[in-house]
Write a protein that binds this ligand. Structure first.
Ligand code: ZN
Length: 335
């Protein structure tokens, strides 16, 4: 198995130390990977710069111009949560280009799977708006390009926040399937069970809003009964995982109860549907744990699974969410 990691030090230029989404995140993740027995097996690659025309195929002109304008000087804010540093118009396009390059390598068989260790993250960025620490929607940009080339793309999002931007971009689309579990109520407020897609995209958005304290038993049931059977029927050519580690039980911005080992287990489940899996970094803010969560994923991807001492108990079994979502999705899928 060849597992590719796309990373560049240039991503560190996008940082603001008082903000939870800062360059320390990838620093601790890389340190953790270096400590692992599988580190020597990994293939590191520098990202390519996303061509501007691809950016315009997903995002509006006004939104792109705003990022471009603020990145000329830096120290700008799109909204109260989302900062723009000098040269971010390049940095953010390297992030999006890095994921796209990884997807292409995996689809062409140049790598078996991989992780885009990229920043800034992407899943909150909509067609028209950068928001929630995200400038451009990395996962959506890759999915859009791959879809135009005739591929069916599954995006699985395990960040504690709903990926409202990704959902928005493919809401009326039946070639990209979006599946997310997330804490609810929580930022950004979207992702209810009733948000299932529109027109020919109806049934291709699958949202599991979970109450505070939900964890692995609930999510296992959700996957076995709903997400995985739907994924199997959809037959994706590639799986893009929006990897947010803020669903870990000790994350300061979270509230779900996932252990570090569970991230690798999630990958293992999706490998039964499609082995071409690429993960792209979204959230995750506990600097003591995000490296371990990532190592769990990478270990699984490169066939050297690891075990991390980390146990947690969920206290909310959210049976009603699983049952309601099951009833809703039965109308569209054989589950
Ligand atoms: Zn998040």
């Amino acid at each position: 198995m060849q597992t590719e990691i796309v990373y560049s030090k240039i991503f560190d230029k996008h940082t603001y130390i008082e903000h939870p989404e800062n360059a320390e995140r990838t620093k601790v993740m890389l340190e953790e990977l270096r400590r692992q027995p599988f580190f020597k097996k990994l293939v590191f690659k520098e990202p390519m710069l996303l061509p501007e025309n691809i950016l315009y195929s997903v995002h509006s002109d006004a939104m792109i111009q705003e990022v471009k304008r603020l990145s000329e000087t830096g120290n700008g804010w799109i909204d109260a949560d989302t900062y723009v540093c000098k040269d971010d118009y390049i940095t953010a396009r390297l992030a999006a280009g890095g994921l796209l390059q990884l997807c292409r390598d995996v689809l062409h068989g140049d790598a078996d799977n991989g992780v885009a260790l990229i920043r800034p993250p992407g899943h909150h960025a909509t067609k028209y708006r950068s928001m929630g620490f995200c400038l451009f929607n990395n996962a959506a940009i890759s999915a859009h390009v791959l879809m135009e080339q005739g591929n069916r793309v599954l995006i699985f999002d395990h960040d504690v926040h709903h990926g409202n931007g990704t959902q928005d971009i493919f809401y009326d689309n039946d070639k990209v399937l979006y599946q997310s579990f997330h804490l609810s109520p929580h930022y950004p407020g979207t992702g209810s069970i009733d948000e299932i897609g529109l027109d020919k995209g109806e049934g291709y958005t699958v949202n599991a809003p979970l109450p505070h304290g939900s964890g692995e038993n609930t999510i296992n049931r959700l996957l076995e009964e709903i997400f995985l059977p739907i994924a199997e029927e959809f037959k994706p050519d590639i799986v893009i995982v929006s990897s947010g580690f803020d669903s870990h039980h000790l994350d300061p911005l979270g509230g779900l109860k996932l252990s570090a080992n569970f991230y690798g287990e999630l990958i293992k489940k999706f490998q039964k549907i499609q082995t071409k899996i690429v993960c792209t970094l979204e959230g995750g803010y506990n600097l003591n744990w995000i490296g371990k969560c990532l190592a769990s994923i990478v270990g699984q991807l490169c066939s050297t699974p690891i075990y991390i001492e980390d146990t947690v108990k969920e206290y909310n079994h959210a049976e009603d969410v699983v049952n309601s979502l099951n009833n809703k999705m039965k109308n569209y899928w054989n589950i």
